[in-house]
Design a protein around this ligand. Structure first.
Ligand code: ADP
Length: 329
């Protein structure tokens, strides 16, 4: 126990250190004590804001109750998380950009990464549905949004959570910019990567994203047919001209395996995105087949990447490439 004023001996920093509650002691980096003032430095790395505040409160209370301590000063330090922003874009809508974003996020989370998804697709914010979080509303603290948690270990904020369904599409420049700012500047805490589901094409949201929140890299999604690839090239150009490294191209809806006869067919062709990537000097990250299961599972908020099986593995392989890129970038 502590050495009280009545015992005749003076309380020392070592006494304080010894009496710290066991579960928070490992976080203490230094203790100083002079003239009744205890100054503690604690490591709050990896703690969410609320947990860090709780740590501070518990330190103040427990040390404040020790003999000879008249004042407690707590300094919390945390490793600064170098969070990487990865934009997922496409030249046009309906190519599976949102589906890919959600599944990459889930696959990365399964691989142990801390992931957040920012759904900036004002024309069709679908991440809340894809990640089965449509009934969740984000809270705010100190003017900052707190992302919602999905059951797949992925944090989420969506334009769709800020406005009534169908309203976001009417926004113009400054409004979309400030809404995007709210999503990006939220309390992402320990998220080491934010995947941003951009609207298709090259509009206001993309420009704000590139100018204000310069992504570390970008992934471009395309279906295999020529027309989609021409659009995808425009999306690539946008990132390149803004100096955002292109991580690579993904081909979605490539090759259809008939669930009845088992015969493969290529409604949109196959291999087009890989050839285009090569011609454009970009990496090809992989292809996702056109599969009824992907559409059905997506509609009910069960991303295939949350499970093993061929569809989940197709997403996991691309997530591995992304993870390797994140580690090297
Ligand atoms: P985008 O974000 O590019 O507009 P979505 O991700 O919303 O596209 O996908 C459009 C539709 O296509 C959705 O109904 C989705 O479930 C479906 N879809 C996406 N990828 C696949 C796939 N590989 N196989 C089958 N359906 C898919």
């Amino acid at each position: 126990m502590g050495i009280g004023p009545n015992s005749g001996a003076m309380t020392t920093a070592a006494d304080i250190e010894q009496q710290l509650p066991e579960n928070i002691a490992p976080r203490i980096r230094s203790v100083r004590f002079a003239d009744g003032v205890a100054t503690l430095v604690a490591d709050a790395s990896g703690l969410a804001r609320a947990a860090a505040a709780e740590l501070q409160k518990r330190l103040e209370e427990s040390v404040g109750a020790m003999d000879g301590v008249s004042e407690v000063r707590v300094a919390l330090m945390a490793d600064k998380i170098s969070r990487k922003i990865v934009a997922v874009g496409s030249g046009k809508g309906g190519v599976g950009k949102s589906t890919l974003t959600a599944n990459l996020a889930v696959a990365l989370a399964r691989a142990g990464r801390k992931v957040g998804v920012v759904d900036a697709d004002i024309y069709g914010p679908s991440q809340p549905m894809l990640l089965n979080a449509a009934d969740k509303r984000p809270m705010a603290e100190d003017q900052q949004l707190i992302p919602t948690e999905s059951e797949f270990g992925v944090k989420l904020l969506s334009m769709g959570q800020l406005v009534a369904p169908g309203k976001a599409i009417a926004w113009r420049g400054p409004m979309t910019g400030s809404a995007l700012g709210q999503l990006m500047d939220a309390q992402w805490d320990d998220a080491e990567v934010l995947l941003v589901d951009l609207p298709p094409g090259t509009g206001d949201v993309q420009l704000t994203m590139l100018q204000k929140f310069k992504p570390s890299g970008a992934i471009v999604v395309s279906t295999p047919q020529d027309l989609a690839l021409i659009d995808a090239t425009r999306a690539l150009d946008l990132f390149r001209s803004a100096g955002v490294p292109v991580i690579g191209l993904v081909e979605n809806m490539a090759g259809y395996l008939c669930p009845h006869c088992g015969q493969p067919s290529d409604p949109f062709g196959s291999g087009g995105a890989e050839a285009a990537a090569r011609a454009l000097g970009e990496d090809f990250l992989g292809r996702i087949p056109l599969a009824m299961e992907i559409r059905v599972a997506s509609d009910v908020g069960q991303p295939p990447a949350a499970n093993d099986g061929p569809q989940g593995e197709a997403f996991a392989r691309i997530a591995d490439r992304l993870a390797a890129w994140l580690d090297s970038a």
